[in-house]
Ligand binder design. Sequence first.
Ligand SMILES: *Cc1c(COP(=O)(O)O)cnc(C)c1O
Length: 355
Amino acid sequence: MPRVFNFSAGPAMMPEAVLRRAAEEMADFSGSGMSVMEMSHRSKDYVAIFEGVEMKLRAALGVPEGYAVLFLQGGATLQFSAVPMNLLAARGAADYAVTGFFSKKAFQCAKMYGDVRAACDTGDYYAIPGQDGLALNPDASYFHYCHNNTVYGTRWPYLPETGGVPLVCDMSSSILSEPADVSKFGVIYAGAQKNMGPAGLTVVIARKDLLDAPPLPGTPDLLRYKAQAENGSMINTPATYGVYLLGLVLDWLAGQGGVEAMAKHNARKAAAVYDAVDASPVFACKAEQSARSMMNVVFSSGSEETDGRFIKEAKARGMVTLKAHRATGGIRASMYNAMPLEGAERLAELIREFA
Ligand SMILES: *Cc1c(COP(=O)(O)O)cnc(C)c1O
């Protein structure tokens, strides 16, 4: 069976070279006589891997000195709680930009912990409000937003200006897909299963001075950034194999030319599919031009039956997992870093032919 082009929103495609290297190293990692997944997380071999991955991630994203990098578990969804538990008490209030499915979940979750307000929620998740559309509380502990809205296929085209209020960003579906100036953020978090590796690993990048804020009472150590930072993300057993795979992905990424090269590659793929959709008499994309996602292209014919036929035809041609999220319906082509240009081109070709 040849490998398919998997357009899944997550868990998503991995670079084939990474899978092959993992397979080669599976039973005997570097002459250790064991698999990485069999190693004690406290062993010398494993600690070397773990520390190496942190260094590679810092290099790939240009993470400044004053930031902690944490390798946690629980997905981005557990961060919906961890963020307010760690940061809300600093000044007692927080702002959330509600621009899609996951940012709404993050907002609803955070509201349970205190004075949390929506900085925007137009209900139209196919657009991103401009800076003028954000109602900001200058005394907030932080401003939370989701850089790339995985479900609706939108992306913030600008960095929100909050006048010194720390930016907290859910980058689950866009981290490492384009450059980001980490120094502009208070906290960045992301589940690994879109652009970084397998599910089960969550990366948190946090400005160290924010870790001194008092956590909410009852915050468990596993969710406390400060405690995790002090213990090198090893209060308990971390997602050992997932971190190792992230390392392989980062080696692959460096070989591709890093995040700048990735951004160009991703822009080409997205343009191929958007151009085909825009030219199609059958399909349309609801996401506003200026806010279109490079990672998740959401489109539809307006007819469930027609979309279903397209998805079936795509599958017959080796392109799978194109059904969109139930919140939007239609078709979603998720094209993270590991999706080759050929996958995007083949999809564009089918969009043209289908007409
Ligand atoms: C996938 C996704 C999530 C949920 O991630 P889990 O790891 O399943 O908790 C949250 N936010 C964004 C932007 C996502 O794409």
